[in-house]
Design a protein around this ligand. Structure first.
Ligand code: GDP
Ligand code: MG
Length: 302
């Protein structure tokens, strides 16, 4: 792993680390021993750090168990214990994917969360892996959306197919390893969106058997636990099987990543840590936990 690669994630999670880890440390420093007040304060910190109710409840249960079983003997043991449990929760959601040929990925999410940017970053990532990528513009409502996608496609150097151009996309599609489809994100009414996304799925399926193979839901990390609520609504409309959390660089609410699998039953597959083309990373549990808890993975790394 390159030096800069991990640093970027660490840098991206800085705000989250500063608020979450610091707040936990403050509680730990404030108490000489573990008592009910200590545990209450700890719980409050978790709840305000966008870990969400389920994850907080789970971690608190684990911490109480740790105390009973003598794994946690003083307040100083709490942080490493939380780190272990959080890492386990994150590892639990890791998921290897075998790509079909071609693999069709539908990218969904409400406007502004970072869908189009994520598609460009994905195209860039897979192109660098030597894959033939095609971007498909499914967001036919807004000309501006298709234009934005074209600009990105040019920048990454991948072809783009636009549904409206009349040409049969099938030929191009079969030539590709990967087809990434942008979709409209207007959450007008749930029924509308559901119908539109279902239609997109059918169109994909007409061209490629079994498509879409992945439906990635993009969530804006800066919205913390609200992103989880949004995901639940989306999950009712389309079968989502992977989550992308964007904009982790601009927020202290990155703790939300820990809670996603627990809350939604869907794994986080990618995280966005910046606006640049290389700022989307495949989700790696250990790396994420290390970045979050400020552990140097690389020698000499602060
Ligand atoms: P869409 O409406 O869902 O397609 O969203 P866009 O892809 O157009 O992105 C909306 C804004 O979010 C743009 O200004 C992006 O540069 C920005 N953005 C997307 N991902 C990230 C990220 O990981 N970090 C930061 N800082 N900004 C991001
Ligand atoms: Mg868009």
């Amino acid at each position: 792993m390159a030096f800069g690669f991990f640093n970027k994630i660490k840098e991206g999670l800085e705000k989250t680390r500063k608020s979450f880890v610091k707040n936990v440390e403050t509680v730990i420093i404030g108490y000489a021993e573990i008592d009910d007040d200590f545990l209450d304060d700890l719980e409050a910190v978790m709840l305000t750090s966008d870990l969400g109710p389920k994850t907080t409840e789970y971690l608190m249960k684990e911490i109480r168990r740790g105390v009973t079983e003598g794994i946690i003997n003083n307040t100083g043991d709490v942080m490493p214990f939380m780190e272990d449990r959080s890492t386990e929760m994150l590892v639990d959601q890791e998921d290897e994917i075998t790509l079909h040929h071609p693999e069709v990925i539908l990218v969904v999410g409400v406007n502004g969360v970072g869908k189009t940017t994520t598609i460009a970053k994905l195209a860039n990532y897979y192109t660098k892996e030597g894959k033939k990528v095609i971007i498909a513009a499914g967001d036919t409502f807004r000309a501006a959306a298709a234009d934005q996608l074209s600009i990105w496609a040019d920048r990454v150097g991948v072809p783009i197919v636009k549904h409206k151009e009349g040409a049969d996309p099938a030929a191009v599609v079969y030539d590709a390893d990967l087809v990434i489809v942008d979709t409209a994100g207007r959450l007008h009414t749930k029924v509308n969106l559901m119908e539109e996304l279902k239609k997109m799925g059918r169109v994909a399926n007409n061209h490629v058997e079994g498509a879409p193979h992945q439906t990635l839901l993009v969530l804006d990390g800066t919205t913390g636990q609200n992103a989880v609520s949004q995901a639940k609504l989306f999950g009712q409309a389309v079968p989502v099987n992977g989550i992308v959390v964007t904009k982790l660089d601009g927020t202290a609410k990155g703790g939300v990543v820990i809670s996603i699998k627990e809350e939604l039953g869907v794994p986080v597959r990618w995280i966005g840590v910046g606006e640049g083309m290389d700022d989307l990373r495949p989700f790696n549990a250990k790396e994420f936990a290390n970045a979050l808890f400020n552990k140097g993975m690389i020698q000499g790394d602060k």
